[in-house]
Design a binder for this molecule. Structure first.
Ligand code: GTP
Ligand code: ZN
Length: 210
């Protein structure tokens, strides 16, 4: 179990500062001190050679996994194109890899998103659909909220005739801990506009996704 002696006075001071004001965003040094605490909690020695740089690497990995908090989905969708030569059918980007983390256990959620919309007057660069998925994935999430955020943002910014988002993902909090069920995936969807009101369009979306 954790050995209090493995926390330096500096770690303890930083942890104390954090406890005083949980609304303040801690700096990098404080985040690294928290990782040292976790390493000590599992019975490790954070000062041994193999772990000495782990707090730094851990925080750097979190910067990557959670970079979505620093990105604005509306900015990414701001550039649209109106010259589409009358194209008025479904635009679908399928099999977008999703790498997220559940907000309950901070365990990976890995899967695929399929994002479609029915344009009205404008289209968006197709890479932006994948960027939109990334911005919301790279946060602590529940799959339902992730699905809704992607669909509602695309709907609000692009104002198409409808949006359809389907996510199929495996939650490692289910496969590697707790109930330990592998090969289980969770499917969520959010439809707006014509995808919600027109069963034929909904059906076409599912056929295209396959
Ligand atoms: N609805 C929803 N639940 C999720 C998601 N990710 C993880 N969960 C669930 O969140 C729940 C948290 O339940 P708790 O009982 O508070 O936590 P727990 O004791 O760790 O639960 P177990 O996973 O059953 O061991 C679990 O049932 C998880 O499977 C998600 O994206 N959406
Ligand atoms: Zn979880």
């Amino acid at each position: 179990m954790a050995d209090g002696a493995l926390m330096t006075d500096k770690d303890k001071a930083l942890a104390g500062e954090l406890a005083k004001d949980l609304t303040r965003r801690p700096g990098r040094e404080e985040a690294e001190a928290a990782v040292r605490t976790l390493l000590a909690y599992i019975g490790e020695n954070p000062d041994r050679e193999g772990l000495i740089d782990t707090p730094k690497r851990f925080v750097k990995a979190w910067d990557d996994w959670f970079e979505g908090y620093n990105l604005d989905a509306e900015d990414v969708l701001a550039r649209t194109f109106e010259e589409v030569e009358g194209y008025d059918d479904i635009v679908l980007m399928k099999n977008i890899r999703i790498e997220s983390h559940c907000e309950h256990h901070v365990a990976p959620i890995i899967g695929k998103a399929h994002i479609a919309y029915l344009p009205d007057t404008r289209v968006v660069g197709i890479s932006k659909l994948a960027r939109l998925a990334d911005i919301y994935s790279k946060r602590l999430q529940s799959q339902e909220i992730l699905t809704n955020q992607i669909a509602q943002t695309l709907d609000r910014v692009l104002q198409p005739k409808g949006v359809a988002v389907l996510i199929d993902a495996e939650h490692q909090c289910i496969s590697t801990r707790g109930i330990h069920k592998t090969g289980v995936s969770c499917v969520t969807r959010c439809f707006t506009g014509a995808f919600k009101t027109d069963p034929a369009l909904e059906d076409r979306f599912f056929r295209l996704v396959g």
